[in-house]
Write a protein that binds this ligand. Structure first.
Ligand code: 5RP
Length: 220
């Protein structure tokens, strides 16, 4: 199985968790895209979807799935999304696609967060993948200096503006041993909108695709 096959397999496994009449929270990225494509087969049974990005909203609509506003549709029973890096404590780094803020909002407003990854994303601790931080543009340099004080090497993601009109700093070389504390610390820097650590609200279920099939990891 190549990486794409593994992504497709976990996306299809996540589909089994969807019940009739639900509004489904939908993430962003290539694994989430496989999930959206699979969800199209259930479009007559679900009541619609809430998207974590404009790109996912467009793909959902392309399949004829109604895209709803979180303010009227939430709280949601389920949110399905990928990750850039994940530990077996269900802590994640997300935001490789730049959608971290809306992803964190939809995850927060969902009862169950099902994270779908292929086995290449698994790590003993986070930090191997640069940590995305969404920043208000005028605060870019200030936030970069503060992130450097935490031991990271922030790099502006060139040319990218998020769906919220902000910029992203990707922080390299962090060895993240306390993700819950670091998530809070970074969020408290003035000018930070959010960061890509999902540790205070981790995934509830992780589906990991590998050559041997799909493994389920849950908290506790
Ligand atoms: C987007 C994300 C994605 O979940 C993450 O980048 C994983 O993407 P992919 O499924 O393409 O590997 O956080 O902001």
């Amino acid at each position: 199985m190549n990486q794409d096959d593994m992504k497709k397999a976990v996306a299809e496994a996540a589909l089994e968790r969807i019940e009739s009449g639900w509004v489904v929270g939908v993430g962003t990225g290539s694994t989430a895209n496989y999930f959206i494509d699979a969800l199209a087969g259930l479009k007559g049974k679900i009541d619609g979807a809430v998207a974590s990005s404009n790109a996912s909203a467009e793909r959902l609509r392309g399949h004829g799935i109604e895209v709803l506003d979180l303010n009227s549709a939430g709280p949601l029973p389920i949110y399905v999304d990928g990750a850039d890096e994940a530990t077996r404590h269900l802590h994640l780094t997300k935001g490789g696609g730049g959608a971290l803020t809306r992803e964190k909002i939809v995850a927060a407003a969902s009862k169950t967060f099902v994270c779908v990854i292929d086995s290449t994303k698994e790590a003993a601790y986070l930090g191997g993948y640069p940590l995305p931080v969404e920043v208000i543009p005028m605060a870019r340099s200030h936030v970069a200096r503060e992130l450097a004080k935490l031991g990271g090497n922030p790099e502006l993601r060139d040319g990218l503006y998020t769906d919220n009109g902000n910029v992203i700093l990707d922080v390299h070389n962090l060895r993240i041993m306390n993700p819950v504390e670091l998530e809070s610390e970074i969020d408290h820097i003035a000018g930070v909108v959010t960061n890509g650590l999902f540790a205070r609200r981790p995934a509830d279920i992780m589906l990991i695709g590998s050559d041997t099939g799909v493994e389920e990891v849950t908290a506790g």
